[in-house]
Design a binder for this molecule. Structure first.
Ligand code: NAD
Ligand code: DAU
Length: 337
């Protein structure tokens, strides 16, 4: 199989590329990535000298480029996206361009090239906040942030292409992912790298919102399973099945790094903060995907990775990173206000 992996220089996409080239010796991979602030060619260093690998810097909204690359490959796995909820609250426009229009561009190219399969990498956030129980794939999409609305918009387009053109798409909806090579704006790498520098860990609101943390290696194998064993026209949830609050993440990071609890800092809540997501992943488990890495085990190995790879993350925490940080994090509202 010749795969066009868009967004393959990002966190989950690069793990998927490294895994594909390791596990599927007959496959070849072309990565198309714009290298935004979140993309990093260094994430692909482990496969750079593999003759089955090629990197192209470019935008998924560039029709000419995308058509050329699609015509030389068999499938597209679309990871490319603006992915950070807080940035979508500040500047939604690029999310709509990349996440929605970019997906349209890729689907047009896949259609013209008569690809047999297209994987749209989506998110549990499309279901919106889930008060109780777990989301199943046929639940309505009720996104509440510009990021999740853009991802849901892309999904609706994929559905329209399925119905209108028999477009052979699979959609995966992964839960909160963590592990090596994650840009340090998301909670786990932010808290680890801040703690290593004895900086405060900014916890939104009261810190009780929960997420279902999935190790990136298992997110990648889940997408691989959906690509190779999933049924065209089907959506697949991918979650581990845990519920971990922001305070629990902070406490665990501080405990494992032997740092003081005083580094916990409660800050103003994220506007529209979804309090909980929860996925029922029975459908993908039925075709052979079972995640095993507990939060405790995955967090420990992730911390070890960040301790050992300071040369990877330290240059990222400079300039624009801190400009955004200063704009995003505000003191908590006074109690009773
Ligand atoms: P990321 O921000 O680390 O990587 C996104 C990549 O896309 C970057 O390499 C970036 O340069 C590239 N990109 C952005 N705009 C582009 C464009 N216009 N053209 C080409 N490339 C472009 O994101 P991630 O965390 O790796 O997420 C990857 C995908 O998985 C996204 O679609 C996201 O919605 C989805 N997802 C992520 C998580 C998670 O917790 N990280 C969970 C579920 C789903
Ligand atoms: O659920 C899947 C989604 O997970 C993906 O689709 C997104 O691309 C990915 O960014 C992630 O979204 P979240 O908004 O859930 O992840 P984030 O790490 O930003 O926040 C996780 C939780 O931690 C959330 O409840 C907000 C809280 N948080 C986050 C940050 C960055 C804090 O308390 N402090 C922080 O500084």
């Amino acid at each position: 199989m010749r795969l066009l992996v868009t967004g393959g220089a990002g966190f989950v996409g690069s793990e998927f590329v490294r895994m594909t080239l390791r596990e599927h010796p007959d496959d070849a991979v072309v990565v198309l990535d714009k290298l935004t602030y979140a993309g990093n060619e260094r994430n692909l260093d482990p496969v750079r000298n593999d003759s089955r690998f090629r990197f192209v810097r470019g935008d998924i909204c560039d029709q000419t480029l995308v058509h050329e690359l699609a015509s030389a490959t068999d499938v597209i796995v679309n990871f490319a996206a603006e992915s950070h909820v807080d940035r979508s609250l500040e500047a939604p426009g690029q999310f709509i361009l990349t996440d929605v229009y970019g997906t349209f561009t890729l689907m047009e190219a896949a259609r013209e090239a008569r690809h047999a399969r297209f994987v749209q990498v989506s998110t549990d956030e499309v279901y919106g906040e889930v008060d109780s129980g777990s989301s199943v794939e046929n639940d309505p999409l009720l996104p509440r942030s510009p990021y999740s609305a853009s991802k849901a918009g892309a999904e609706l387009l994929v559905n329209a292409y399925r119905a209108s053109y028999g477009f052979p798409a699979v959609i995966t909806r992964g839960s909160n992912t963590y592990g090596p090579y994650q840009y340090p704006e998301k909670i786990i790498p932010l808290f680890i790298t801040n703690a290593l520098d004895d900086l405060p860990l900014p916890i939104y609101g009261d810190g009780t919102a929960v997420r279902d943390y999935l190790h990136v290696s298992e997110h990648a194998t889940g997408i691989d399973t959906a690509l190779r064993r999933g049924e065209v026209g089907t959506d697949y949830n991918l979650g581990f099945g845990g519920e971990t609050s922001g305070v629990t993440v902070a406490d665990a990071v501080l405990r494992m790094l032997e740092k003081p609890a005083a580094l916990k800092q409660f800050v103003r809540d994220r506007p529209g903060h979804d309090r909980r997501y929860s996925l029922d992943s029975t459908r993908l488990r039925a075709v052979g995907w079972t995640p095993h890495i507990s939060f405790e085990e995955g967090l420990r190995s992730t911390i070890d990775w960040y301790v050992d790879h300071e040369e990877w993350w330290r240059p990222l925490k400079s300039g624009e990173f801190w400009d955004f940080y200063r704009r995003n994090y505000k003191p908590a509202d006074p109690v009773g206000s």
